[in-house]
Ligand binder design. Structure first.
Ligand SMILES: NC(=O)c1ccc[n+]([C@@H]2O[C@H](COP(=O)([O-])OP(=O)(O)OC[C@H]3O[C@@H](n4cnc5c(N)ncnc54)[C@H](O)[C@@H]3O)[C@@H](O)[C@H]2O)c1
Length: 397
């Protein structure tokens, strides 16, 4: 099929390249011409494992084109328009649908009623109505296909999803989207638009809830002097609980969990619901990061050290996405406590107001913020060999 993918961020670019690998023809469109220029030169605008292989695969390249203007797209050929723009939270935790609304306005004159408009962006149920009502499109023309890929393993997740969720009011359009994935071995859930997005939002609330549970559990285990790994292993071996997604960390972050949980809370309160568990997921994460910063200060003091290095600016391993990164938050807390704290990152020299370091000083507590890959571990080990007094901390061990 011929697909126009709008937005070449983490979701749009990976999904489009994955679909091109499955023999579909993709016209990528993004108003950020710098990203498009890079892609025309086979350079990814962000880091994601395997992405270079896709951008340099001749067959995929022959089925892909990259444009930054709506009028450069060959709309007549398009069977599906797939919208993958960002849907961030506003300050009051309401969803910012302005990017999506802009896209609807831009495609109005180009897309006729035969083309299926597929929304991959996360947009919560209440916002769906107002967004669609303000466009010329009808509910029947729109299909929701929320995305569940994880940065860092995005291609793996694209080709091996746990499920594919499709929400639509018109069955033929839902089936057209399902056809895109016919070569992928996964259960397809065909449902209504509202339920499709509730699956997305409630999954994105449960996952950080689980991470926050394990983080609070880790505080209890550490405080009482228990063995962290053995205790968590003993809990996770219960098949009702399971060991996946059960690693303690300095905190969770990223572009999705914080905003999706905040929006879910805002929906629940707009419906006068009392949901104390879901309402406190974000607060638990904030408190855990504050606790973690204090834990680091204790570790520094107890080991008679002077500096703290936080390794890794991104919000987790195998990505360069720094949105809501726990490293940034913990760094801020430590800095406000007048600690000598530095962010160490092998890939970046500076980021916004943060000076990034790629060497260590003596007398330092060195903190891995998420598990590093083998290459980074070796490089860091070489740098550690050059200093005498330090303590290396991996919280989850
Ligand atoms: N990043 C993830 O891991 C992930 C996972 C699942 C779902 N999602 C959801 O998918 C959506 C996209 O997320 P992302 O991380 O890929 O976002 P992103 O910010 O990385 O990319 C969005 C892209 O859309 C482009 N864009 C914005 N307005 C445009 C317009 N009017 N026309 C053309 N292009 C436009 C931007 O320039 C940008 O390149 C969000 O709703 C997010 O919640 C993200």
């Amino acid at each position: 099929m011929n697909i126009v993918v709008i937005g070449v961020g983490y979701v749009g670019l990976v999904t489009g390249l994955g679909l091109a690998k499955l023999n579909h023809t993709i016209q990528f469109l993004d108003t950020d011409f710098q990203k498009i220029d890079k892609l025309k030169n086979k350079i990814s605008p962000f880091y994601e494992p395997e992405i270079e292989n896709y951008l340099n695969d001749n067959e995929i390249v022959s089925r892909s084109s990259f444009e930054s203007e709506y009028n450069e797209i060959n709309w007549d050929d398009a069977d599906i328009v797939m919208i993958c723009v960002q849907t961030p939270s506003l300050e009051d935790n309401q969803i910012d649908t302005s990017y999506l609304v802009n896209v609807f306005e831009s495609i109005t004159d180009f897309v006729d009623e035969k083309t299926v408009v597929c929304i991959k962006s996360t947009i919560h149920p209440e916002a769906i109505n107002s967004t669609i009502d303000s466009s010329k499109f009808s509910y029947d023309q729109i299909v929701f296909n929320p995305e569940f890929l994880r940065e860092g393993s995005a291609f793996q997740d694209f080709f091996n999803p746990d499920r594919i969720v499709i929400g639509a009011t018109k069955e033929t359009n839902a089936k057209k989207i399902a056809l895109l994935y016919e070569e992928i071995d996964s259960e397809i859930i065909l449902t209504d638009p509202l339920s499709s997005q509730l699956i997305k939002y409630l999954s994105n609330a449960y996952l950080p809830l689980r991470l926050s549970f394990v983080n609070e559990a880790s505080q209890i285990i550490k405080k009482l002097g228990g063995n962290l790994n053995e205790t968590l292993n003993g809990i996770g071996l219960d098949t009702r609980i399971g060991k996946q997604y059960f690693r303690p960390s300095p905190g969770w972050g990223g572009s999705c969990f914080p905003k999706d949980v905040a929006e879910l809370n805002s929906i629940a309160s707009s419906q006068d619901l009392n949901t104390p568990l879901i309402s406190n997921i974000i607060e638990s994460n904030t408190q855990h990061q504050i606790w973690f910063a204090e834990y680091l200060i204790d570790q520094k003091r107890n080991n008679d050290l002077k500096n703290i290095y936080l390794i890794g600016l991104a919000f987790k391993e195998d990505t360069d996405d720094t949105r809501c990164s726990p490293t940034i938050f913990v760094h801020e807390i430590l800095r406000s406590n007048n600690e000598n704290v530095f962010i160490f990152d092998l890939n970046n020299e500076s980021f916004g107001e943060y000076d990034l370091h790629s060497e260590f000083k003596e007398d330092s507590l060195i903190v891995e913020m998420f598990p590093l890959n083998q290459k980074s571990t070796t490089e860091i080990q070489d740098k550690l060999n050059q200093i005498n007094k330090f303590k290396y901390l991996r919280y989850w061990e």
